[in-house]
Design a protein around this ligand. Structure first.
Ligand SMILES: Cc1cc2nc3c(=O)[nH]c(=O)nc-3n(C[C@H](O)[C@H](O)[C@H](O)COP(=O)(O)OP(=O)(O)OC[C@H]3O[C@@H](n4cnc5c(N)ncnc54)[C@H](O)[C@@H]3O)c2cc1C
Length: 327
């Protein structure tokens, strides 16, 4: 009975570096280990991962597995699945957990299927009941939370959503590194250019006030409505992902798991539903204000102040009041 955390690393330019969500997943693994009284180990795959494995060995873990192979230099679903399948057959873990990254979403269903198991994806929390793990996932854009229990034989697979666990809670310790060279054949797919996360040309992390706009704004031509509010408050303008994906605002203004993580004094979310991928990028803000016409929008769960109303009425009225107060 044990837990295995599969860490993710990438070498975009220079030597391999951790995906920050790996540490959050490691914290989840250590927490589960304490609650289930099981040992927890971690694995890192790639080529040239010695330094990363040594860094991992300074954490409270039973073992660090370094899967080193030339064919793991670049990610492909075939090689990653095969390598992990071999490790799992060797180590026989009960739970195998992953960060819910683009890569993991690509290969985890394949890996689980190869072993005749299912994978629970996008986990935002867990609890232990009668020695069994209950995972929590969000449904319908966060409007419902579902409890998920594993059935059948181990190994049980799960991927953890960004921001669900805290990387700063990873416990230090020391662990032996075990090298493991899986037997691999070249992949059937050819890796192309890596996905790059939103550029960081605008440093939103330095802003004291952020006005952030979501799909509630309806069309690009309406952006000036919120820009006026940002100007009146002396704030930076930010956005949820669909706004940036549509090109209504540049990518560097995106807040969330694939954008920037911000913690300003005030974060004003306008027409943003509060999907978990957005929340992880802003929930540490000191004061959160939300304007949304849907009283059940998940953004209100993290908001200190909420205005249930139509942004096209509320925002111009707010601008007027702010301007009056500043005169
Ligand atoms: C791998 C991955 C990564 C992601 N990364 C990010 C990320 O970094 N950042 C991010 O933001 N998202 C990210 N997403 C997308 C995320 O899941 C949501 O789809 C997105 O955050 C929703 O954006 P939204 O709230 O603007 O739109 P919606 O969910 O469509 O919400 C619009 C809201 O506006 C409200 N509204 C509509 N009209 C009005 C009105 N007139 N007045 C007031 N309120 C109104 C509605 O009630 C609704 O709540 C990611 C998704 C995936 C799968």
């Amino acid at each position: 009975m044990s837990i295995l955390v599969v860490m993710e690393q990438r070498a975009i330019q220079g030597p391999p570096a951790w995906n920050r969500m790996s540490w959050e997943t490691l914290a989840a693994g250590q927490q589960l280990a304490r609650e289930l009284h099981m040992p927890v180990s971690a694995a890192v795959l790639g080529q040239g991962v010695d330094a990363l494995a040594s860094e991992l060995a300074e954490r409270k873990l039973d073992h660090v597995y370094a899967l080193e192979q030339d064919l793991l230099k670049e990610y492909t679903p075939d090689t990653y699945t095969s390598a992990l399948q071999q490790l799992i057959e060797k180590v026989q873990p009960t739970y195998v957990i992953f960060p819910h990254t683009y890569e993991v979403r690509d290969y985890l269903p394949k890996l689980a299927t190869a072993l005749g198991r299912v994978a629970v994806s996008d986990v935002v929390g867990h609890r232990v009941e009668d020695g069994k793990v209950v995972l929590v996932r969000q449904l319908f854009q966060g409007k419902l939370s579902a409890d998920v229990r594993f059935q059948g034989d181990a190994p049980y697979f799960a991927s953890m959503q960004a921001g669900a666990y805290r990387a700063d809670q990873v416990e230090a310790g020391s662990a032996p590194v075990e090298k493991f060279a899986p037997q691999l054949s070249p992949s059937r797919t050819k890796p192309l250019e890596l996905f790059r996360e939103a550029a960081r040309a605008v440093d939103l992390t330095a802003a004291e006030i952020i006005v952030s706009v979501g799909r509630g704004i309806k069309e690009a031509d309406n952006i000036p409505i919120v820009q006026k509010l940002a100007d009146a408050l002396g704030a930076e303008l930010a956005a949820s992902r669909p706004i940036c994906d549509s090109g209504w605002l540049p990518m560097e203004r995106q807040v969330g798991s694939s954008g920037q993580t911000v913690a300003p004094k005030m974060y004003l979310a306008v027409g943003i539903s509060g999907a978990i991928q957005h929340l992880v990028g802003m929930k540490a803000s000191k004061t959160i204000v939300a304007i949304n016409k849907d009283a059940n929008a998940p953004i209100f769960e993290v908001a200190d102040y909420g205005i249930v109303g139509d942004l096209f009425q509320v925002v111009p009225a707010l601008v007027e009041e702010v301007q009056k107060a500043r005169q």
